[in-house]
Design a binder for this molecule. Structure first.
Ligand code: ZN
Length: 372
């Protein structure tokens, strides 16, 4: 067994509240997943993530493969133990970073040859290799190796990219089925193991997206993601692609939209029936002084906050808002203090996690909750 997914309330179409039972954590969905790029959610320690209620975080396969290396992590009994994160984790396939960060890529039907952005060394990722690396890392959820179609992409380019993604999805799944039992922590969880999600691509073409979704559903993955969004397209198009694909995905399996979005977007998508989302935005924006608050976006570097004694977000109960003032956060940014990144990121993550908490609560009155 890998995962179980039990819908507690809500209906289709529309959002649903569910319980995603993974080996390391029972995750209440809809859920926002902070991104822990290279084994760290930038500037935020694991105990703080726990106290904010983060249930599942991401690790990036490309980064961890290059440094410290997946074999080293396997020898240390997997990513959970290496980074001391007892709750659930998900790893991406490495595809997105290979295409966005590495140099001198050569794409063939077999896979992608690339040079590391760290030292220029040469590497090859195939679907099989991506799965091997992800099994070594040992996240609760692994992702099929895909090509993230760039935006804009013309019809021919999107079709060719989709052909690769679908062939790679099949190879990822076959390889995963053969080797999924070899994850290092399996014995600690009564034989439970990892799950694999397929990724719907197809650029900004609704019919290609639908075609991809139907094929992936036939292959029968443990869950389904919609990838290749938030790559520079207008918001309406992101929404349109999600709306195209969601009805085609099985109702009884988790649905994950990758790499989105702004606070209002994650709220909207969760209410449309998306169960999982991840984004670097709350932490990346935080490092650039941008705070998301109930009063809108705040550039905490602005002079107007120089002596502002109020909390960053008066409606927020996070440890940062309970303790510190806007004036102090502004000062930390001005002085280039590393604590600025930590405090800003902590608040932004609390804000994102709080949105999902409210969405979950809105789906169901507490009295009707399934207690089983
Ligand atoms: Zn706060």
């Amino acid at each position: 067994m890998s995962l179980t997914f039990k819908i507690l309330s809500g209906s289709n179409p529309g959002g649903r509240r569910a319980r995603l039972d993974l080996p390391h954590q029972v995750v209440e969905t809809p859920v926002f997943m902070p991104v822990g790029t290279a084994g760290s959610v930038k500037a935020v320690a694991q105990d703080v993530l726990e106290s904010l209620g983060a249930q599942i975080i991401l690790g990036n396969t490309y980064h961890l493969y290059l440094r410290p290396g997946h074999e080293a992590i396997r020898r240390m009994r997997g990513l959970h133990r290496f980074i001391s994160w007892p709750r659930a984790m998900l790893t991406d396939s490495g595809g997105f970073q290979v295409f966005s960060l590495s140099q001198l890529r050569k794409v063939t039907d077999d896979g992608v040859q690339f040079r590391s952005h760290l030292d220029g060394s040469s590497h090859t990722f195939t679907p099989e290799h991506s799965i091997d690396v992800q099994i070594a890392l040992g996240a609760d959820i692994a992702m099929a190796f895909d090509e993230c179609t760039e935006y804009p992409a013309d019809r021919n380019r999107a079709e060719e990219s989709l052909r690769l993604t679908m062939a790679w999805a099949r190879r990822s799944l076959e390889h995963f089925k053969k080797h999924r039992e070899s994850v290092v922590w399996r014995d600690e969880f009564e034989g439970r193991t990892q799950s694999l999600f397929g990724i719907v691509q197809g650029g900004m073409y609704g019919d290609l997206r639908r075609q991809c979704a139907e094929r992936l559903v036939e292959m029968d993955f443990d869950g389904y993601a919609i990838g290749g969004l938030s790559v520079g397209e207008p918001r309406e198009l992101t929404l349109e692609m999600i709306a195209e694909v969601l009805p085609l995905l099985p109702k009884d399996k988790p649905r994950y939209v990758m790499g989105v979005g702004y606070p209002d977007e994650i709220d909207l998508y969760a209410r449309m029936g998306v169960d999982m989302m991840d984004c670097v935005l709350p932490t990346r924006a935080a490092r650039h002084a941008l705070l998301f608050t109930s009063e809108g976006r705040l550039n905490i570097k602005n002079k107007q906050f120089a002596e502002d004694q109020s909390p960053p977000d008066p409606a927020c109960q996070c440890p940062v808002c309970r303790r510190y003032s806007r004036a102090y956060l502004r000062h930390l940014m001005q002085a280039g203090e590393p604590l600025a990144a930590t405090l800003n990121s902590t608040h932004n993550l609390a804000y994102y996690l709080g949105i999902m908490q409210r969405v979950r609560a809105s789906f169901e009155p507490p009295a009707q909750r399934d207690q089983s």
